[in-house]
Design a protein around this ligand. Sequence first.
Ligand code: URA
Length: 282
Amino acid sequence: MVQQLTPDAIEALLVFYRDAGVDMALSEEAVDRFAEGEAELAARQAAMSAQRSASRDEPGNGRSPAAAARPVPVSAVGSPPAPDAAVYAAREAARSAADLDELKRILESFDGCALKATASRTVFEDGARDARVMFVGEAPGRDEDLAGKPFVGRSGQLLDRMLAAIGLDRKTNAYIANIIPWRPPGNRTPTPQEIAICEPFIRRQIELKAPDLLVCVGGPSTETLMGLKGIMKSRGRLQPFAVGDRQIQVIATLHPAYLLRSPIAKRQAWRDLLTIKAVLGL
Ligand code: URA
């Protein structure tokens, strides 16, 4: 019997799907797996295993029977195409931007990253463009996707309090962006391909913004921009950072989302903030 859902229940279900990262329909007809009878399931499994053994015996299948019986690693079948073309297109597009407004326009019309299709907005920047310090986080979450601005949700509010503690605020003297400008569905971790495609844009954004101090907020930003793995040991150390033909300073610090989960780590974040404050002479 087909269950009739109320409009409210349908809306709640769609919200649940969206938050879980479901971003496409695979078939016109929904498949009700619960309704499939045991017999039907067993018949399908038997057909699949017959098909598997037939293809294992096929001449020209270079894998030995023993190897063929083993599951094929995911990376060996149907892996997505190399992102080289998209990365190249991103580099060319980013390079062509003469200023931040143009970079924003280019990013908004760039279709080389699949994340854009599921995000509702391109989240480019927030804060003062003439600030001496630029903070770069990972990727927008749900609140940022709705607002079109980075760091506006719970972790953004904590970031604002951290900034305020050293005399910074995004209206007057702090500038904020992310390495990824589109929300990954369900807030999943961006893939290395997605990061590689977006990286030329954030690098160009840093170049055009030309801060004196760059702050990588959290592990993914630190790894992408500073090339350092392990935020706990990378954080807090000032390093030189080349921006075009200028040399600026960079420092990594802990992500406010991490601090919300592990408040004990605020002690280390505070030390990083004091270093930032000293560099800026606040
Ligand atoms: N986390 C980030 O890294 N960036 C945001 O914009 C929001 C949450």
